[in-house]
Write a protein that binds this ligand. Structure first.
Ligand SMILES: *[C@@H]1O[C@H](CO)[C@@H](O)[C@H](O)[C@H]1NC(C)=O
Ligand SMILES: *[C@@H]1O[C@H](CO)[C@@H](O)[C@H](O)[C@H]1NC(C)=O
Ligand SMILES: *[C@@H]1O[C@H](CO)[C@@H](O)[C@H](O)[C@H]1NC(C)=O
Length: 258
C-alpha cells in the first residue's frame, strides 16, 4: 500500500488487530441484519444490498434464492454474526428450536468493499442431520458468553485461525498440538461435551482418519471467533470457534447428513 494511503488508513482507524480492513464493520453489520430479517420473514427478495450477480449455495451446492431456505420463514430465537473486515465476509448462526420445523442454519456471505453481497452460502440442518436437536443447540448456545474482547487482549487473525486449523488437523493427525482451553466445550449439533462447568473439555470423542479439507474461514477478532466451512470428508460442515488468549473456549458444529 502507498504510504500516504497507509497513514490515511491509520488515521481513519481502519486497521484491525492484524490484517488491513477492506470494508467497514458497519456495512457488514447492515448485511447480517438484512440477512436475519429476510430469513426470519422468508423474504429472499428483501436481502440487500445485493451485487448485480449473486452466487447462492445451499449445502455447498448451487441453489435458487427464490426456492431456497431464505424464502422460508424461520423462527430464529438465537443468532450471532461474525464480521470479517479483512475479507469483507460474514458468518451468521441462526437457531430456530420452535415452530413447525426446527432448524439450525449457518450462513457465510462475501461482499464487495462497498458492501454489496456477492456470495451467500448456507448450511441448512434439521431433523436427521448429525446430532440435530435445535432445542439443545439453543439451550447451550444461549448460555455461553461470546462477549467482545477488550482490544488489548485480542488475538490476531493468525492465532485465531491457527487454533481452528489445529483442531481440524487432529482429525487426521493425532500428533498435532491443539490449544485446548480449560474449560472448553463443544456443541456438536445439539449435543454438548460439557455441562457449563469449569471442568468442561473438548478433547473428547474426536475420530481419526478424517480429512477436513477445503477450509473457508470467516474471522472476527473482536469476539475471538472464526467460522470454517469445511468438507468433513464428503459432508458439508461448519465449525465455529471462540478463542480466548490463543486457546479454544467454545466449538459449534453443523454437519449436513442428508
Ligand atoms: C439477533 O440477536 C440479537 C442479540 O444478539 C437480538 O437483539 C436480535 O433481536 C436477534 N435478531 C433476530 C432476528 O432474532
Ligand atoms: C463467489 O462466487 C463466485 C462465482 O460462483 C466464485 O467464483 C467465487 O469463488 C465465490 N467466492 C467465494 C469467496 O466463495
Ligand atoms: C434435546 O436437547 C434438550 C436440551 O438439552 C434435551 O432436554 C432433550 O432431551 C434433547 N432431545 C433429544 C432427542 O436428545
Amino acid at each position: 500500500m502507498h504510504s500516504l494511503a497507509l497513514s490515511a488508513s491509520l488515521a481513519m482507524g481502519l486497521f484491525t488487530a492484524s490484517g488491513i480492513a477492506q470494508c467497514s464493520r458497519d456495512l457488514l453489520i447492515a448485511a447480517t441484519e438484512s440477512l436475519l430479517a429476510a430469513q426470519t420473514e422468508g423474504t429472499a427478495d428483501t436481502l440487500s444490498p445485493l451485487a448485480e450477480s449473486v452466487t447462492y449455495l445451499e449445502q455447498f451446492k448451487a441453489a435458487d434464492l427464490a426456492t431456497g431456505i431464505l424464502s422460508t420463514p424461520v423462527a430464529v430465537e438465537f443468532n450471532r454474526s461474525l464480521h470479517d473486515t479483512t475479507q469483507c465476509a460474514t458468518y451468521t448462526e441462526m437457531i430456530a428450536p420452535g415452530g413447525a420445523h426446527p432448524y439450525v442454519l449457518g450462513t457465510q456471505m462475501h461482499l464487495t468493499p462497498e458492501g454489496a453481497i456477492t456470495n451467500i452460502s448456507t448450511l441448512v440442518t434439521d431433523q436427521g442431520d448429525w446430532l440435530f436437536n435445535a432445542t439443545g443447540t439453543f439451550y447451550w448456545a444461549s448460555r455461553e458468553a461470546w462477549d467482545v474482547i477488550p482490544e488489548d487482549q485480542r488475538d490476531s487473525r493468525e492465532v485465531i485461525q491457527a487454533a481452528a486449523d489445529a483442531y481440524a488437523d487432529i482429525f487426521n493427525d493425532k500428533s498435532v498440538t491443539v490449544p485446548w482451553g480449560s474449560p472448553c466445550a463443544r456443541l456438536e449439533g445439539g449435543a454438548y461435551t460439557g455441562s457449563g462447568s469449569a471442568s468442561d473439555r473438548c478433547d473428547v470423542g474426536i475420530p481419526n482418519g478424517v480429512a477436513l479439507v477445503n477450509r473457508r474461514y470467516v474471522i472476527d477478532e473482536t469476539i475471538g471467533a472464526v467460522d470454517v466451512f469445511i468438507d468433513f470428508a464428503s459432508l458439508p460442515d461448519s465449525h465455529e470457534f471462540r478463542v480466548e488468549g490463543g486457546k479454544i473456549r467454545f466449538v459449534h458444529t453443523l454437519t449436513v447428513m442428508a
